[in-house]
Design a protein around this ligand. Structure first.
Ligand SMILES: C[S@@+](CC[C@H](N)C(=O)[O-])C[C@H]1O[C@@H](n2cnc3c(N)ncnc32)[C@H](O)[C@@H]1O
Length: 244
């Protein structure tokens, strides 16, 4: 519920987004209010309110697993953070590889599923400071989970990931590729360059250059394109391996 109606200017939004206003909540979270035909509608926080995982936690994602093809990069055992782990299919494999895995996500539904095989789970919000110590992890893994954020939140998150990685540690993951744009182009509004609001969900799409720019505080080892199947749909993404 909206408790305090203080309009907050949001200067980075494009002109096309002028029908939306940000208002500040008492708990200091900014949310978007969408003005549509004189009606005011509060937008859900899509992932926090479990819109993504509702009715999906029993679906198989095994077709989409790619890390077996990169096994040589997963040889330095130790502490691993699976960031935005979802229902934890990668956490499970990383545990089998011998890592001590912390599975982190914003979704309680997904984390409940992960708890069936990993007791080390934590609810986090990647838009906030990560609740981990400096240089705590040998590996940070993030499959399709860091592409939901504004430019400033993405930069902050990547700086945070570097902070919690040991020197020489790897950050490995995947992000939606710009080739996915055709799926949303009729319904999405571009809020910032390559950052969209599609219905009630934010999404960032990357080309290789975008990814290189965001990851430039690391040494880039590899960036690969991949086409896969996820929830029975074709999916194009970029896989990255970078080193601190
Ligand atoms: C596309 S799913 C990927 C899940 C899993 N890594 C995989 O490859 O199947 C994106 C995940 O990111 C999580 N997520 C989205 N926004 C988040 C946030 N702000 N903080 C933490 N997790 C978030 C979602 O709950 C979801 O589990």
């Amino acid at each position: 519920m909206v408790k305090k109606h203080v309009i907050k200017p949001y200067i980075t939004l494009k002109e096309s987004f002028k029908n939306h206003k940000f208002i500040k909540m008492e708990n200091d979270e900014s949310i978007i209010i969408e003005f549509k035909r004189n009606k005011v509608r509060k937008m859900n926080d899509y992932f926090k309110e479990d819109e993504y995982w509702k009715g999906r936690t029993d679906k198989s994602l095994e077709d989409d697993i790619w890390i077996e093809d990169y096994k040589e990069f997963f040889d330095k055992k130790g502490k691993c953070l699976d960031l935005g782990c979802g229902i934890g299919q990668y956490s499970k494999i990383l545990m089998e590889y011998g890592y001590d895995v912390t599975s982190a996500d914003i979704s309680r539904l997904a984390l409940n599923k992960v708890k069936e095989f990993n007791k080390n789970v934590i609810q986090i919000d990647m838009r906030e400071k990560l609740p981990f110590k400096n240089e705590e992890f040998d590996l940070v893994f993030a499959s399709l989970s860091i592409h939901y954020f504004s430019d400033s939140d993405t930069k902050k998150l990547i700086t945070e990931i570097r902070r919690i990685l040991k020197k020489g540690g790897l950050f490995i993951g995947s992000v939606n590729e710009i080739k996915e744009l055709h799926k949303i182009k009729d319904t999405a509004k571009e809020l910032e360059y390559h950052f969209y609001l599609n219905k009630n969900k934010y999404i960032r799409l990357f080309d290789v250059k975008d990814l290189e720019n965001y990851l430039d505080i690391f040494n880039v080892v590899k960036i690969d394109e991949r086409e896969s199947i996820r929830f029975n749909n074709k999916k194009n993404y970029l896989i990255f391996i970078v080193k601190k």
